[in-house]
Ligand binder design. Sequence first.
Ligand code: UD1
Length: 369
Amino acid sequence: MLKVIIVAGARPNFIKVAPIIAAMRRRPKDFQPILIHTGQHYDAAMSDAFFRDLEMPEPDVDLGVGSASHAVQTAGIIQAFEPYVISERPDWVVVVGDVNSTVACALVCAKLDVKVAHVEAGLRSRDRTMPEEINRVLTDQIADLLLTPSSDADENLRAEGIPPERIRFVGNIMIDSLLANLERAKRSTARADLGLVNKDYAVLTLHRPSNVDEESALVRVIEALEEIARRLPIVFPAHPRTRKMIEELGLAERVENIKGLILADALGYLDFLQLLSGARLVLTDSGGIQEETTVLGIPCITLRKNTERPITIEMGTNKLAGAEPAKIVAAANEALDNPPDKAALRIPPLWDGRTADRILDALLQNPER
Ligand code: UD1
């Protein structure tokens, strides 16, 4: 029996942790899971809704760290997490993704000589201005077991000198949640609530500091939206960070005046999945949504200059449009004019809904340090 602490901190973490916990609960002879929520995301829309929608157990511990600067938040998680690792002495700690909670908890384990496994290891944007890129590089250097979603990730790790025995290609855990919940998401009322039943629409999400923290960057995105919204309605479930920045930068009136833009609060998992699965087009700066649209066969325009998920571009659903309004509008028009052939849909290897069990098998094999 392995005692495993599983760490979840922010919205995308909950989606990745849910299938791992569910799989451990199906194998109680082999696994004793302990779920620790760092509290990086804490409000009803960013956290509680995901626990409910993903049918996750209440966390065993909530560190309640909350929002702060990167240094204060990361340090707070390190300080609050360490005593639990010391008192529980788990066989493994599992961290997922690339958020501040991921690197903070991995560092605690490395210093205590407790084995740590990183799910979604090896992704690289090669853009060190992204806080997530720093978190990825550091976590992979100190983790004992690197569980990768795609073969490009294996290559990145080998190129950084990570010994091959620490790397295991297990597939994409986000897709376990996606496939497990598509049917349930059909029962959501999100599309009806937004007046979009039987309508063509686009979905927009935006929260990266590079797009929303500076007025000139946010204005460039708004200019593109003003054009695209002439062609079809755009639903925009806004991240709390983005809402705050729109207000602070004095852009609220301009955004509200875009005819065709439907501004909504951040949505729960099932509501968002329903909206996403019926969209003609997706505009996003999220990492996970680039992957979900690949499996759903929906054109995705990524509002960034780079991606740590190049396989989504290779599969043909995702296009990098950067931050220039003309380029974003041209990419959107091109995607709308040439809808994808769903029969020719390509899905990367091991994005099959069974990644959680492969992760559990890798933990059981228990490589020595
Ligand atoms: C974090 C992750 C990012 C991930 C994103 C998903 C890091 C470095 N970034 O970014 O990789 O894609 O989560 O959402 O870890 N806020 C709330 N309520 C909450 C949480 C946040 O209102 O429950 C607001 C606060 O004003 C906070 C801001 O959002 O200051 C930013 O939150 P934070 O978790 O620091 O970073 P994200 O931008 O959400």
